[in-house]
Write a protein that binds this ligand. Structure first.
Ligand code: SAM
Length: 232
C-alpha cells in the first residue's frame, strides 16, 4: 500500500512521484472523495476512488487489507497533508504491517514540519501533540507539557486558538516563546512569533481565521534564555 501526502494548501506542493503513484494505483482511498476529486482533476488523474474516513475505517480496514493481499495496488490519501497525521490512516497501516503487507509512505506535505522550521524555535528535538483533547484530559496534558524541554507542536482550530494561548500562559508561563503559523503554503500565510502572553493579546483582538499550527518553545533550565525579539 502507498500512503500519499497531498498539498496542505498550495497545489504545486504535489510531488512528481505522488502524481505517478495516484495515476497508477488500482484504487485510491480518499478521506473525502469530493475534496480529492478536485486535486485529481487538477493533475488529470482519472482513477477509481473509494471513501476511507474516520467513520468507516474500523469496518473497512480488513476488507482493504484483503484486496492488497490479493495483489491490488492501493493508494491512501487524506484531505490534506500526510494520512495518519491527525487524519485517518493509522489503522490501515497497522493492519497491513500486522499482515506483513508492504507499506510505503511517500515523503511530502504535512503542516507540522514547515511550522516548526518557520518558528525559529529549536528544531533538533521536538514533540508533536496534534490536537489536544477538547475537554476531558486537556488540562492534564497541558500540565504534563509544562516540564517538556523539547519544542512542542500543536494543531488547533481557529476558534480555539485564543483558548489554547490562554492555557499556555496559565500552564507554561506568560513569557514562553511561541509561534502561531496560519495558512501555511497559502496566499495569506502568516507566522507570528512572540510570547504566549503577546500572542494571546494579539489574537484576542484579531480573531484568527484559517488553519493553524502552534509551536511552543520547550522549558529551559537556563533562566532568562530568550529568542530573537518578538514581532508583535
Ligand atoms: N494530515 C495533515 C498533516 O499532515 O498536517 C493534518 C490534518 S488535520 C485534520 C488538519 C490540521 O492541520 C489543521 O487544523 C491545522 O492545525 C493543520 N493544518 C493543515 N493545513 C494547514 C495549513 N495550510 N496551515 C496551517 N495549519 C495547517
Amino acid at each position: 500500500m502507498w500512503v500519499v501526502p497531498t498539498p496542505i494548501g498550495n497545489l504545486e506542493d504535489m510531488t512528481y512521484r505522488a502524481v505517478r503513484i495516484l495515476g497508477e494505483a488500482d484504487l485510491i482511498l480518499a478521506e473525502d472523495t469530493r475534496t480529492s476529486s478536485r486535486l485529481l482533476e487538477h493533475y488529470q488523474i482519472r482513477n477509481k476512488m473509494a471513501s476511507h474516513h474516520k467513520f468507516n475505517e474500523h469496518r473497512a480496514v480488513e476488507r482493504v487489507a484483503d484486496r492488497i493481499e490479493a495483489g491490488e495496488q492501493v493508494a491512501l490519501i487524506s484531505d490534506a497533508g500526510t494520512p495518519g497525521i491527525s487524519d485517518p490512516g493509522f489503522l490501515l497501516v497497522r493492519t497491513c504491517v500486522e499482515k506483513g503487507l508492504d507499506v510505503e509512505c511517500l515523503p511530502g506535505p504535512t503542516a507540522l514540519i514547515p511550522a516548526l522550521v518557520n518558528s525559529g524555535l529549536p528544531a533538533d528535538r521536538f514533540v508533536f501533540e496534534g490536537f489536544l483533547p477538547v475537554k476531558k484530559g486537556r488540562q492534564k496534558r497541558l500540565s504534563e507539557l509544562a516540564e517538556e524541554a523539547r519544542s512542542i507542536i500543536f494543531y488547533e482550530s481557529p476558534h480555539r486558538l485564543v483558548k489554547l494561548l490562554g492555557e499556555l500562559v496559565t500552564f507554561l508561563g506568560a513569557d514562553r516563546n511561541c509561534c502561531v503559523c496560519r495558512e501555511l503554503s497559502k496566499l495569506h500565510e502568516e507566522n507570528l512569533r512572540g510570547t504566549a502572553e503577546q500572542l494571546l493579546a494579539h489574537f484576542g483582538e484579531n480573531p484568527p481565521r484559517g488553519e493553524i499550527v502552534v509551536v511552543v518553545q520547550g522549558t529551559s533550565k537556563k533562566k532568562g534564555e530568550q529568542l530573537p525579539p518578538s514581532e508583535i
